[in-house]
Design a protein around this ligand. Structure first.
Ligand SMILES: *[C@@H]1O[C@H](CO)[C@@H](O)[C@H](O)[C@H]1NC(C)=O
Ligand SMILES: *[C@@H]1O[C@H](CO)[C@@H](O)[C@H](O)[C@H]1NC(C)=O
Ligand SMILES: *[C@@H]1O[C@H](CO)[C@@H](O)[C@H](O)[C@H]1NC(C)=O
Ligand SMILES: *[C@@H]1O[C@H](CO)[C@@H](O)[C@H](O)[C@H]1NC(C)=O
Ligand SMILES: *[C@@H]1O[C@H](CO)[C@@H](O)[C@H](O)[C@H]1NC(C)=O
Ligand SMILES: *[C@@H]1O[C@H](CO)[C@@H](O)[C@H](O)[C@H]1NC(C)=O
Ligand SMILES: *[C@@H]1O[C@H](CO)[C@@H](O)[C@H](O)[C@H]1NC(C)=O
Ligand SMILES: *[C@@H]1O[C@H](CO)[C@@H](O)[C@H](O)[C@H]1NC(C)=O
Length: 857
């Protein structure tokens, strides 16, 4: 009965309320403008008689009505209502005809008897209940094993990107910012945390077993997805910024006792000081005068440029930078280019956002890594002073909301003028929109022409058969390119802009010199050359690689393998570009090399080429393996490099490496003391399981179940995935899905992915996932990031017609059960077709090149 005041039509029965009306739009109405929320939540941390957990809530959402309307619709997901009431600004009840849930768009819709007055302020008051499920979305349940061995249930939140609506009804779009008065009920010894300090700061004494309420101070005006609450019994470590702002890191009591939070506690005040200093604005959620506030580190959200800021920040504060800036080239640049080389990529600024799943997909590599790359490119040509000034002015005006690129670009352009720099002649905005509003990236080709070196550009696509003009782009797949380059006899880095529909010729390059484009790896593009130039670069690398800086050495390898894969460069050249790695022990070239060769590894894993391929890899890594030794130490990059070297050597069967790993593992097994250095544990565990018996697996499984440190647990988890025994794989899969307490739900998707990296386990794992997809989809839901990861990891090696047909069948069977994995399946299909073609085109060429260089085993 939809007219009864306090009855909600349940959408779970398939009835989604009135068929037509404004609520069928995916976007909220522009004429309802939220101003303030009062939200009270009570997570019940004990199960009901059926074993389910619940939370109760009340909320008041205040909003201004910009134009007269009979309808209120507001986001609400998986909540059931016992009261829905509308009041006007004098607190009088506004009569309604009905309310119902429109599940398609996750709305609660209220229909009023009469129109609300334009310009008036109204409140929507609700009482509701939701399941406190362990589904990682909205307000959800998590648990851990305490030092007494008992399971402790806690409540926590994950609002980003669109799950605040699963905790309470709200206008859940980032631009609809409001202030929030949050309160949480809990029983001692549990306590509550949120974005702001509680008010009063110390909760009153409450007898155990009774609920007490913690009220939090009003937040600044902010987006719903930035909200965070926790009800837990954690301990904390405290520290302060130099200006006296107190910070606390909360963690499970065992973690605090073990000192595992000490590092974060030390670094958090520095992060806050850095951002306050860098942007000259104070931390968003700390109001002036508040000297104490609670800081939940992982919710510190700095939008799409956070990756790049992390690097800059760590670079600036640490005397020995933890993450050397060079690493950006492999961690973000190459990662983003890998995705953007596919036809199924998308622009950073997306337009076709139609469903909640589409919104989830926006929190992906393109938003994060490509966004960071474009910003880093801007930083490089604008200069640090202009970059900082532009951001600072932008934040003063538009702090705390989602980034509006148009406005940000205008601030940067002005800042470049102010600091005396040079904007691109076709304007900053025009130049940069070619990168943000259009998908993909160009390959710049440098070839000798009459009067110098001619630079041309073309869209880059990994698939050699793809239509380079599709889907249509308003920019026609032409970019305004900041071209950095250097030459053999003049190593200084020069910048020239390439404009659409204009020829670019680089003069003054000696004819005997090689030229290298994108020197320094700041540009978001690939570079190709004529064969003669490539050969000169290869000679230089083989004779003295130090003449070319490390990021660029890495980028040369990466570019050449991408180009070869796309059919734009002969594989002989890219393979020849790896030979200098025998003497180069630096991290970035090796990481790029291993990543680039990773594709060959996947394609060749089940072919006759694998023998010579393994021998070649072993010959490349041997000097590095001898150099790094098993003794831990050195800079962070040295340590990463040791991990790479030992990982690679053991994987391709290096006897000394395997012996070492086995010895260390057996020592642990027999003495009970784990003396394996933290960095090498993943390698040791994995190889002990890979080359050892199932007793090694059982030993690790025992450790996995009692381990409470999440980093160590992840290493054990990876080790477990390395087995080569089909029956052990199958048993592990059963353990994952059958027993809730053995592998936590939030870990399950990474275990599936780990298994799919193991070529002995991937077919069994994929068959298992495919065969149980209904169940997997039901258990793991749609709200989290994991489906795309599982699909892409488990299909990355697909390279036969049979596998293609299998994947197409999978897509057809599960069309409505792919959640955020929809675009991953399309990408997987595209990749599989390309892989089939690749093997037909290149397997023999690679075999010939490798056979010439190694003695066949
Ligand atoms: C939560 O709400 C339900 C339904 O209104 C009620 O039966 C239950 O007692 C409430 N639980 C708590 C702990 O307040
Ligand atoms: C962690 O920090 C606390 C407080 O500074 C200190 O008492 C404790 O010894 C530290 N623990 C470790 C393992 O470093
Ligand atoms: C920070 O901003 C304040 C007020 O806007 C200004 O007076 C001050 O000079 C700025 N400081 C720096 C270091 O830019
Ligand atoms: C971004 O800002 C521009 C200029 O102020 C405005 O025209 C545009 O609508 C804004 N875009 C979004 C998505 O808010
Ligand atoms: C490893 O290589 C570096 C750089 O070439 C060298 O300084 C170091 O002595 C080498 N270490 C070993 C153990 O060979
Ligand atoms: C291993 O570590 C334990 C303490 O954790 C120590 O007593 C023992 O001497 C170490 N053994 C070796 C071989 O380093
Ligand atoms: C689930 O796993 C735990 C830990 O391994 C074990 O103690 C328990 O007996 C298992 N339960 C079932 C139903 O298999
Ligand atoms: C590629 O290398 C192989 C093996 O060294 C050689 O036989 C072949 O001629 C080379 N092809 C080209 C086009 O250079």
């Amino acid at each position: 009965d939809t007219t009864s005041p306090d009855t909600t039509v349940s959408a779970t029965t398939g009835d989604t309320g009135q068929p037509s009306g404004p609520w069928t739009s995916i976007r909220l109405p522009p004429y309802l403008v939220p101003t303030h929320y009062v939200v009270d939540l009570r997570p019940v941390l004990e199960p009901d008689s059926t074993g389910k957990y619940w939370f109760n809530g009340t909320s008041e959402a205040k909003f201004i009505v910009a134009q007269p309307t009979n309808y209120i619709y507001i986001h609400s997901n998986k909540l059931s209502y016992s009261k829905v009431e509308v009041r006007d600004s004098s607190n009088a009840v506004v009569p309604k005809t009905a309310h119902w849930l429109y599940d398609v768009n996750q709305y609660l819709v209220v229909e009023l008897v009469e129109q609300m007055v334009g310009g008036g302020e109204y409140s929507l008051l609700t009482e509701f209940q939701g399941e406190l499920a362990d589904d990682l979305g909205g307000l959800y349940r998590s648990s851990y094993i305490n030092s007494a061995g008992n399971q402790v249930v806690i409540a926590t939140t994950q609002m980003q990107p669109t799950d605040a609506r699963k905790a309470f009804p709200c206008f859940d779009e980032p631009a609809l910012k409001a202030t929030f008065d949050i309160s949480l009920s809990h029983k001692p010894p549990y306590f509550a945390l949120s974005n702001t300090p509680n008010n009063p700061p110390i909760p009153p004494q409450t007898p155990a077993g009774e609920y007490t309420k913690t009220k939090f101070k009003r937040t600044v005006k902010m987006s719903t997805y930035l909200l965070a609450f926790v009800v837990c019994d954690f301990d904390f470590v405290e520290s302060q910024t130099t200006s006296g702002t107190q910070t606390r890191i909360y963690a499970r009591p065992q973690q605090i006792a073990a000192g595992n939070a000490n590092y974060s506690a030390g670094i958090t005040p520095k992060i806050l000081e850095y951002f306050e200093g860098y942007f000259n604005v104070s931390y968003p959620l700390a109001k002036s005068g508040d000297k104490e506030f609670i800081h939940l580190l992982y919710h510190l959200c700095f939008h799409s440029w956070s990756n790049y800021q992390q690097f800059l920040f760590l670079y600036s504060i640490l005397p020995q930078p933890i993450l050397h800036m060079d690493q950006f080239v492999v961690s973000d640049l190459q990662r983003a280019l890998n995705v953007d080389g596919l036809v199924s990529s998308r622009p950073i600024v997306a337009e076709n956002v139609n469903t909640p799943s589409d919104i989830n997909a926006l929190f992906d590599t393109i938003s994060y890594s490509k966004g960071a790359c474009i910003i880093r490119m801007i930083n490089q040509f604008a200069g640090e002073a202009a970059f900082k000034l532009g951001l600072e002015n932008y934040l003063k005006e538009y702090a705390y909301g989602p980034v509006n690129h148009t406005q940000l670009f205008a601030f940067w352009s002005d800042a470049i003028d102010t600091t005396g720099g040079q904007n691109p002649t076709n304007s900053f905005a025009t130049a940069m929109q070619s990168w943000t509003l259009q998908m993909g990236n160009p390959v710049v080709t440098l070839t000798r022409g009459g009067s110098g070196v001619v630079a041309t550009q073309q869209r880059f696509l990994l698939d050699p058969n793809a239509d380079k003009s599709q889907p249509p782009s308003p920019f026609g797949y032409i970019w305004t390119v900041p071209l950095w380059y250097s030459t053999q006899s003049d190593p200084s880095v020069k910048l020239t802009w390439m404009y659409p529909n204009q020829d670019t010729t680089l003069t003054g390059v000696a004819s005997s010199d090689y030229i290298i484009g994108n020197y320094g790896g700041f540009g978001y593009y690939l570079v190709n050359y004529d064969n003669d130039n490539w050969m000169k670069i290869i000679d230089q690398l083989n004779n003295d690689y130090t003449k070319i800086e490390a990021k660029t050495r890495g980028q040369l390898i990466y570019d050449s393998f991408s180009l070869a894969r796309a059919g734009e460069l002969h594989y002989n050249i890219s393979l020849s570009l790896t030979e200098f790695l025998k003497s180069d022990f630096y991290y970035v070239p090796w990481e790029s090399g291993l990543d680039s060769l990773g594709y060959l590894d996947q394609m060749l894993g089940r072919s006759k080429v694998y023998g010579v391929y393994s021998s070649y890899l072993l010959s490349l890594v041997e000097p590095l393996y001898q150099n790094v030794t098993w003794v831990d130490g050195g800079s962070h990059l040295d340590q990463y490099q040791r991990v790479n070297a030992i990982w690679t050597a053991c994987s391709y069967g290096h006897l000394d490496c395997i012996t070492n790993a086995m010895t260390q593992f057996n020592q642990w097994k027999t003495t009970g003391n784990n003396n394996i250095t933290a960095n090498l544990r993943t390698s040791v565990y994995c190889n002990a399981v890979r080359y050892g018996g199932s007793d090694n697996w059982d030993f690790l499984w025992g450790k996995y179940q009692v381990e409470s440190n999440s980093q160590e647990k992840a290493k054990l988890e990876y080790g477990l995935s390395c087995t080569r025994s089909p029956w052990v794989v199958r048993r592990f899969l059963d353990f994952i899905v059958a027993n809730d307490s053995a592998v936590r739900k939030q870990d399950a998707s990474s275990v599936f992915q780990d298994l799919c990296y193991n070529e002995y386990a991937r077919d069994i794992t994929w068959d298992f996932l495919r065969g149980n997809w209904d169940f997997i989809y039901g258990v793991y839901g749609t709200g989290f990031f994991s489906f795309s990861g599982i699909i892409s990891s488990c299909t990355s090696h697909f390279s036969t017609q049979f596998e293609l047909q299998e994947l197409e069948a999978f897509k057809a069977e599960n069309a409505d059960q792919l959640g955020s994995g929809v675009s991953s399946v399309d990408q997987a299909l595209e990749k599989t077709k390309t892989n089939i073609q690749w093997r037909a085109d290149y397997e023999d060429i690679v075999f010939a090149w490798l056979s010439d260089r190694v003695v066949s085993p």
